[in-house]
Each structure stands twice: as structure tokens, then as C-alpha cells.
Ligand binder design. Structure first.
Ligand SMILES: C=CC1=C(C)c2cc3[nH]c(cc4nc(cc5[nH]c(cc1n2)c(C)c5CCC(=O)O)C(CCC(=O)O)=C4C)c(C)c3C=C
Ligand code: FE2
Length: 435
């Protein structure tokens, strides 16, 4: 595979030899050929991979200074998984991270998870790929890994894998916030993988194959499917709407923010342990929305809650979506136009020493509760340089005063340290931490 280290702006370019789509493999082998591959022991499939080295059109480069899936233009679908490590053997864990890296590089390029694919291996063995993405393109799949604090020390404080000395202070557990209704089975985790793609089947396929490869070393702790991005992460993307009908992500950090990303998003050398420089922290919160209550709330009340208009997304003190909110403005009654307890006032960087986050969440609808209510909400994901200075103070202010709290419940929570990007073909997830 070509050794190439694309940097931030190069995400759209994929090392040519890495980018052989599953569709191209099928075309090269032919459908009839595929049927015969199991008996043929996979040689045809491997030859097809070797011969066809044209780039897949909609692949996001896996390697780079930073991991993909953070400032990457937010895709439309999510499958997020948190894993517990079930081995005590450091070598097994590192071997898995190497295997995962290889599989992730392949799948993000549109290839099968393993070299012989879904149908190219021996008939007597389980296939190296589960097959449900066999004829699908890469769909801009990104796979982003993170490490939880529990990977470093167990509940009794024991050093699990000889990495406790490298635990970043900023990976501290989040404090309890007023109103939290967190469920342990939707929270925490030793490792996480965020799979984003523009095809849900591609995202699910990726997580499923990583879980399959990890059998015996990791076990799935909790997972979340998401749809409909709730943020824009590049200037080219329009602002989407959340399940409450409001534009969400207007004031988000974006890929083009240059120096601001260094200041607010990427861990800098000297911030903490060196292994995380170029990485970032991810906070996930599963937030249920009481949509039936929201839907019986007047438009004026809804707009007062956010401090923005529902139609254009403009602040209540402005006309256009990207107008700066004027928190000093008062109405004819002398009261602030944007209420003291409005969501955008409480979350605004002006209230938190300039702290910002890169929000990258998704909607979820997990069916209904049997009592006529939708089990729906926001799977909030936010990347940042230090949760102690960013997520925690903002959430503390929101938990204390946000009028939105009447309509939402935080039920899941986790924090992960996401290492820097995989640099080249010899690099792997966790190398900077485990050596
Ligand atoms: C602790 C961080 C935040 C949580 C949790 C959170 C939950 C949450 N937010 C919305 C909808 C909107 N949020 C908006 C802005 C906004 N929200 C946060 C932080 C959290 N939100 C920030 C930092 C900001 C930006 C503030 C600013 O700089 O102006 C908006 C307005 C549009 C926008 O800028 O994105 C909406 C709408 C929901 C529905 C929700 C929980 C379910
Ligand atoms: Fe918000």
C-alpha cells in the first residue's frame, strides 16, 4: 500500500492502492465467479484486489495527522459503539488495535474487512467479512477510535495494561449534573468507535465487523444508531434541523476554522501526555426528547427556549441565521429579548471564557415506549481540547437553568480520548499510547 500521509485538507484524496471498492471487486470477479470463490479458496478475490487499484470515488482518506470523522463533513448516518476490554493481556489488546486499524483502513476504502472478503476464503472457515456491504461503495465511511478512562485503571484503581501513568487528567469522569438520569448500560466504555457514513448499512457493517474481529478481546457494552446529522462541520454544509424542528449547528466549529481548531479542538503538545497531541476528547450524551410535550408547546415558547427563530434560525435579536446574538438587547417591556435562561445564551462562548466545541451529533428514534411515546432524541457528540474547560462548564450552566430541560432527559454519558491520526501503513490505533 502506498505510504501517504494526507493532512487535514487532503481528506478527499485516498491513497490509490487502498481504494478498491467492494463494487469493483464484484465487477472484476463477476457474479458467477463469486459463487465459485468459496470452493476456489479465494485466490480469485485476492487477485482482483491486487489488480484493481483505481480510487473509490466517495472514500474519505483514513490516514492523516488527525483522525477522520471529526472535522470531516458530517455524514448522514451513525453507528456508535462502546466496548469493554475483556482480556487482561496487553499484547492481545495491542494486537486487536493493529487488526482493527487494518480492517478500518480497508473498510473506509470500500474494501471488505479482511483480505479474502465475504466469499473468497475457505468454505470450511467463517468468512473474513460479514458480507452485507459487499456491493456497496465506501459511502464516505469514517471510523474514529477513542479510549475511556477505565482502559487505564479499573474501578479499584489498578493499572490494567501498564498505561495508567499516561492517563490524561482531562479524561476525568464528568461530574454529576442536576437532572441527570444516567443509565450505566448506556454509559462509559473502555474503547469507542464512531462509524459515520452516508449509508446506514455501511456504518453498521463496519461496527459489526470490528466487533466480530474483537471477539474474545472486547465485548460490546452499548451502541447507538443515529440518522440525520444535527450539525454542520464544514462551511459548504447547510445547517440541518434537529427533531425539535430548529436549525442546529449554526454556531459550530468547522473544518475551515484553522487557528481556532488548534485552540479549541486539537490537544496541543504540553497539554498533557504526549501520546494525545494531535488528538481530541469526545463527550457523548444520549439525550431523550419528550417530543409529545414539545409538540404541544407554542411556537413563541419554543423560540424563546432556544433564543432563535424556528424558520430561519436567526437569533431573536437578528434577521439572518449567522447574525451575532445581541444579549444586551431589551424589548418594549424592558426585559432581555433573549431570555437569561435561553439555551443559546447559556451555551454561548461569551459565558464560558470563549470555550467552544465541535458538535457532531445525530438524531435517534429507538422505537416507542409502549405507552404511546416515541423513544427519540439527540445523541449529542462533541469534540474538544479539554472537557473540563469546555463541555463541563457549559453543561453545568445548561443543567442549572436551561428552560429546554423541561423537554429533555440525559440518559447516557461517556468521555473518550481520541488519539491523533494513523500516519502511514506501519502505524496503528493506539501506537502513540502503547508504543
Ligand atoms: C453541553 C453542551 C450542549 C448540550 C448538551 C446541548 C444540547 C442540546 N442543544 C440543542 C439544540 C441547540 N443547541 C444550539 C446551540 C448550542 N448548543 C450548545 C451546547 C449544547 N447543547 C452550544 C455550545 C451551542 C452554540 C451556542 C452559540 O455559540 O451560540 C442551538 C442553536 C443553533 C446552533 O448554534 O447550533 C440549538 C437549536 C438540543 C435540542 C439539545 C438537547 C437535546
Ligand atoms: Fe445546544
Amino acid at each position: 500500500m502506498a505510504a501517504q500521509t494526507p493532512h487535514q485538507g487532503d481528506r478527499s484524496t485516498v491513497p490509490a492502492a487502498a481504494a478498491v471498492s467492494r463494487r469493483r471487486v464484484l465487477a472484476a470477479t463477476g457474479i458467477a465467479g463469486v459463487a465459485g470463490l468459496a470452493a476456489a479458496g479465494g485466490a480469485v478475490a485476492r487477485d482482483a484486489f491486487a489488480q484493481d487499484a483505481a480510487p473509490a470515488a466517495d472514500a474519505v482518506a483514513f490516514r492523516g495527522a488527525h483522525q477522520a470523522g471529526i472535522v470531516t463533513a458530517a455524514q448522514d448516518r451513525l453507528h456508535f459503539a462502546a466496548f469493554d476490554v475483556v482480556t487482561r493481556d496487553r499484547d492481545h489488546l495491542v494486537a486487536l488495535l493493529r487488526q482493527w486499524t487494518a480492517a478500518a483502513a480497508r473498510m473506509t476504502a470500500g474494501q471488505a474487512a479482511g483480505g479474502s472478503g465475504a466469499v473468497g476464503g475457505p468454505a470450511q472457515a467463517p468468512p473474513e467479512d460479514t458480507g452485507e456491504a459487499l456491493d456497496l461503495p465506501p459511502a464516505q465511511l469514517t471510523l474514529t477510535v477513542g479510549f475511556g478512562a477505565s482502559l487505564f485503571r479499573d474501578a479499584a484503581g489498578r493499572d490494567r495494561f501498564g498505561i495508567a501513568a499516561h492517563l490524561p487528567p482531562a479524561l476525568a469522569p464528568l461530574p454529576h449534573f442536576p437532572g441527570d438520569q444516567l443509565r450505566p448500560e448506556l454509559s462509559g466504555g473502555d474503547l469507542c468507535v464512531q462509524a459515520c457514513a452516508n449509508d446506514p448499512q455501511v456504518a453498521v457493517h463496519a461496527i459489526r465487523n470490528l466487533a466480530r474481529i474483537g471477539f474474545g478481546t472486547v465485548s460490546l457494552r452499548w451502541s447507538q444508531l443515529g440518522f440525520g446529522r444535527t450539525s454542520a462541520t464544514t462551511r459548504a454544509q447547510s445547517t440541518p434541523r434537529n427533531l425539535m424542528g430548529f436549525k442546529d449547528g449554526t454556531a459550530n466549529l468547522r473544518a475551515e476554522d484553522g487557528a481556532l481548531l488548534e485552540e479549541q479542538l486539537w490537544v496541543q503538545p504540553g497539554d498533557g501526555p504526549q501520546w494525545l497531541a494531535g488528538g481530541t476528547y469526545l463527550v457523548s450524551r444520549k439525550i431523550k426528547m419528550l417530543v409529545e410535550t414539545w409538540d404541544r408547546t407554542s411556537l413563541a415558547e419554543q423560540e424563546a427556549i432556544f433564543g432563535r427563530t424556528k424558520g430561519s434560525g436567526a437569533p431573536l435579536t437578528g434577521r439572518d441565521e449567522f447574525d451575532r446574538p445581541d444579549f444586551a438587547a431589551t424589548g418594549a417591556d424592558g426585559r432581555p429579548v433573549i431570555a437569561p435562561e435561553a439555551h443559546v445564551r447559556l451555551a454561548h462562548p461569551d459565558q464560558h471564557g470563549g470555550a467552544r466545541m465541535l458538535r457532531r451529533g445525530y438524531h435517534f428514534v429507538d422505537g416507542s415506549d409502549g405507552l404511546g411515546r416515541m423513544d427519540a432524541g439527540l445523541f449529542f457528540l462533541a469534540f474538544q481540547r479539554d472537557p473540563r474547560r469546555q463541555f463541563v462548564p457549559v453543561q453545568r450552566a445548561l443543567a442549572r437553568s436551561d428552560v429546554l430541560n423541561e423537554y429533555i432527559r440525559h440518559v447516557g454519558s461517556a468521555v473518550f480520548a481520541c488519539p491523533p491520526g494513523v500516519r502511514d501503513a506501519g502505524d496503528h490505533w493506539g501506537r502513540t499510547l502503547f508504543g
